[in-house]
Ligand binder design. Structure first.
Ligand code: ARG
Length: 466
């Protein structure tokens, strides 16, 4: 329940107004219920800002000391749950400043010198998202490691590779899983790129035009681990490109997780049974006693849409607003917080789900035996014996057609029957079209051959060390 409302004329900016803000308008305008997440960043930013004001001679040393003590006590009290957020405050910035003044009196009123909420919020969100993006990088690396470990155990697991979801050519389960490692490694680099581009401090841009005080923006930037300061104050307070970039990177991560989820859902069905998910990451049905549902994978697939939505919401919010700050921009936070939480939660269940997933190698192998997935290799066999590839392709196509009718696989066709189609067929064809040979002979770099897969595992291991 909300606390008893304060007199609306208590607003920090109430000076030029004759009437209080309407209650509904006040609730509508308020962002503290979601921007309170950034209280640590807000206080850290204020601490460095105050130190800079002091070192530039803008506030007195004694005032800085009071501000410092006050801010640290607020931080401690919020951390320990001793101090509750005042839901009547307009936003986290107003809340902290008001609380500071309540605690230390006049010195608290000096903190906002040479600063605006516009550069303050721009700073807080950058600091917050930099931390979250780094957390996501760590989680991604853990997932890549888990998938790579599964691949390492599955180097001998031959399965059908698919195109159009039709059995195409034999591959190993390891090779298939490693494809996801490559995607997720790119996701890591995308996040790192975005972090590098956003790592410039907007603080000191003030409302939009900079300030008349002799501030030292670089000093604050350095203390907060930025690579420098935003070079244009109008851009400093208006830029939310980094939100769009991060949400794009999050969307791509979710798209990758969703594709793998879709495969896991298929693989764990009775129709495939290529994997068995651990009981801890599946659910039962309220009516069908036999059911074991891959809910975690389905939810990850489902939540992908939310993250795309957050990206679209931010892009659309930004597209029509003139420079510099507009209140529309307050909408950046709920979207990016939702996207961030969703990605973190999805990775949180995905990692252990992968770690505990059991590949059912025999079922994979049995599936690989049907579907003529060695037909390309049979055509290659004829080509190596001198036939043009197109003629070889046609002969094998005719043989496959006959097999479909007779219910035979290619290795069940007798040499005599093969010879009816071409006299270059010899007994060595059977060795050539065995599934193991088909895999072993795919020696091209990046292919499914055993050596190539080993090379991919080494590559992934090395990338993870970076
Ligand atoms: N709560 C606001 C936001 O999230 C903070 C900035 C407010 N600035 C202003 N000029 N009203 O965007």
């Amino acid at each position: 329940m909300l606390l008893e409302r304060r007199n609306f004329m208590d607003k920090m900016w109430a000076g030029r107004f004759e009437k209080a803000l309407d209650k509904q308008a006040d609730d509508f305008n308020s962002s503290i219920h979601f921007d309170k997440k950034m209280y640590k960043q807000d206080i850290c930013g204020s601490l460095e800002h105050a130190l800079m004001l002091c070192s530039c001679g803008i506030i007195k040393e004694s005032e800085y000391q009071e501000i410092r003590k006050g801010l640290i006590s607020i931080l401690d009290d919020l951390n320990n749950g001793v101090l509750a957020f005042d839901e009547n405050a307009e936003d986290i910035h107003m809340f902290v400043e008001a609380e500071l003044t309540k605690r230390i009196g006049d010195a608290g009123k000096r903190l906002h010198t040479a600063r605006s909420r516009n550069d303050q919020v721009a700073l807080d969100l950058r600091l917050y998202m930099r931390d979250e993006a780094n957390k996501i990088i760590d989680l991604l690396k853990e997932l890549i490691g888990a998938i790579k470990d599964k691949a390492e155990e599955s180097q001998d697991a031959i399965m059908p590779g698919y195109t159009h979801l039709q059995r195409a050519q034999p591959i190993t389960f390891a090779h298939h899983l490693l494809a996801y490692c490559m995607m997720l490694l790119r996701d890591v680099t995308r996040l790192k790129d975005a972090i590098a581009r956003m790592n410039y401090s907007p603080l000191g841009s003030c409302a939009l035009a900079g300030t008349t005080y002799p501030t030292d923006r670089e000093m604050v930037a350095k203390a907060l681990d930025f690579d420098g300061v935003c070079m244009n104050s109008i851009d400093g307070v208006s830029d939310r490109d980094y939100c769009v970039e991060l949400e794009s990177a999050f969307s791509i991560i979710m798209m990758h997780l969703s594709r793998l989820s879709e495969e896991i859902i298929l693989w764990s069905s009775w129709e495939f049974k290529f994997v068995e998910l651990d009981d801890a990451y599946t659910t039962g049905s309220s009516i069908m006693p036999q059911k074991k549902n891959p809910d975690m994978a389905e939810l990850v697939r489902g939540k992908t849409g939310r993250v795309y939505g957050d990206l679209m919401a931010t892009l659309t919010m930004l597209k029509g607003i003139p420079l510099a700050y507009n209140k529309d921009m307050q909408e950046d936070k709920e979207a990016i917080f939702d996207a961030t939480e969703t990605v973190i939660k999805c990775l949180g269940v995905f990692i252990p789900m992968i770690k505990t997933m059991k590949p059912l190698k025999e079922n994979m192998y049995n599936a690989a035996k049907r579907g003529f997935i060695n037909a390309t290799d049979l055509a290659d066999y004829l080509t190596k014996k001198g036939l043009p590839f197109r003629s070889a392709y046609k002969i094998v196509g005719t043989i496959v057609g006959e097999c479909v009718k007779s219910g035979k696989t290619l290795d069940e066709v007798t040499l005599e029957e093969y010879k009816k189609h071409s006299d270059v067929f010899e007994n060595d064809l059977y060795e050539e079209i065995s599934l193991e040979t088909c895999v072993k002979k795919r020696i091209s770099k990046g292919g499914t051959g055993y050596e190539s897969v080993k090379e991919q595992i080494t590559y992934v291991t090395e990338q993870l060390k970076k």
